[in-house]
Design a protein around this ligand. Structure first.
Ligand SMILES: [Zn+2]
Length: 314
């Protein structure tokens, strides 16, 4: 069986499963002879078939998850406005950072959702001819980084995701993988970092009167970076929970985000100053830490939940 036959057989199976892929469609790569690949974007799924010799990998990612619109994802208004602004620009790279299961792909979809479909064409990193916006949802390899930077330099807006804890780690990873600092400084427009924290069940949460919680929130109020509405009132989960939350103490999740805006000032700094800490000067609308603590102060989540996801000592 040739690689093309493997891909066609897999594509036919996928088609029978309800995801229409014309088996003879573009994307089948005959070099090297042992591999092949085809992909298709159906209305509700992104389907990718990759052949390795006699085997094949099938990757199906649903596109119709809820909350695709940027409005619904939970970014603070100022950050949302900035993100929408990036979607109007030509060239450069917007990077979404976060650990596994932090909602990076959902944010990328939300960003695409607010691009004008009549004037902005979207392509993938491999098929970017004629595209204004390129989706590079996984910069795991040096080749992918180089390719993304080439697209950014060619005047395409690159939306990329990286599994790293935050902006400094992203910069370090990209530098080590493939790119010089000057090249990155030139390409970067924004570095978004995010986490998903569990929301406290409002039926069974209890007030958190621990001294350490008060101290953490006092620091937040004095920093002024996150705007507090009224006096902070922290809550925490109380075992065993209740029937409303399936005895977990939590119901649903909420985004916590930080955005480093790479305007001209930050880009100049990045080029001339080797320290990763220069990124702090680009943080707008609060740091990840302060935005997480603001959700604690508003009783949305607990300090234990935030501390499990975000370094509060920073
Ligand atoms: Zn409950």
């Amino acid at each position: 069986m040739t690689s093309r036959e493997v891909v066609e057989a897999a594509a036919t199976l996928v088609g029978r499963a309800g995801f229409p892929i014309p088996a003879a469609q573009a994307g089948v790569c005959e070099t090297p002879a042992t591999s092949g690949r085809t992909e298709s974007r159906a209305a509700d799924a992104d389907v990718q078939v990759t052949a390795h010799g006699r085997g094949a990998t099938l990757r199906i990612r649903p596109l119709n998850l809820p909350a695709r619109d940027l409005d619904l994802l939970g970014f603070p208004p100022g950050m949302q406005q900035r993100l929408r602004g990036y979607m109007q620009t030509a060239g450069g790279m917007l990077l979404v950072c976060g650990p596994a299961d932090s909602g990076r792909s959902t944010t990328l979809r939300g960003l695409l959702h607010c691009a004008d479909p009549f004037t902005r064409r979207v392509g993938t990193a491999d098929q970017a001819a004629g595209a204004d916006i390129v989706l590079a949802d996984d910069l795991r390899h040096p080749d992918a980084v180089q390719q993304a930077l080439r697209h950014a330099a060619a005047g395409r807006l690159v939306l990329a995701a990286l599994e790293v804890p935050g902006a400094p780690a992203a910069l370090l990873r990209l530098e080590r993988m493939a790119a010089g600092r000057a090249e990155l400084a030139w390409a970067l427009r924004g570095l978004a970092t995010q986490r998903l924290v569990r929301k406290l069940c409002t039926s069974c949460r209890v007030m958190d009167e621990r001294v350490q919680t008060d101290q953490a929130l006092a620091g937040l109020a004095s920093s002024g970076a996150a705007k507090l509405c009224g006096a902070p009132q922290a809550f925490r989960a109380q075992p065993p929970g209740c029937a409303d939350c399936d005895y977990t103490g939590f119901r649903g999740r909420r985004l916590v985000a930080e955005l480093v805006h790479c305007g001209r000032k930050i880009r100049d700094l990045l080029e001339t100053d080797s320290r990763l800490s220069v990124l702090r000067a680009g943080v707008e609308d609060g740091s990840l830490r302060d935005n997480g603590l603001a959700l604690v102060a508003a009783g949305v989540t607990s300090i234990d939940e935030v501390a499990a996801q975000i370094d509060l000592e920073e």
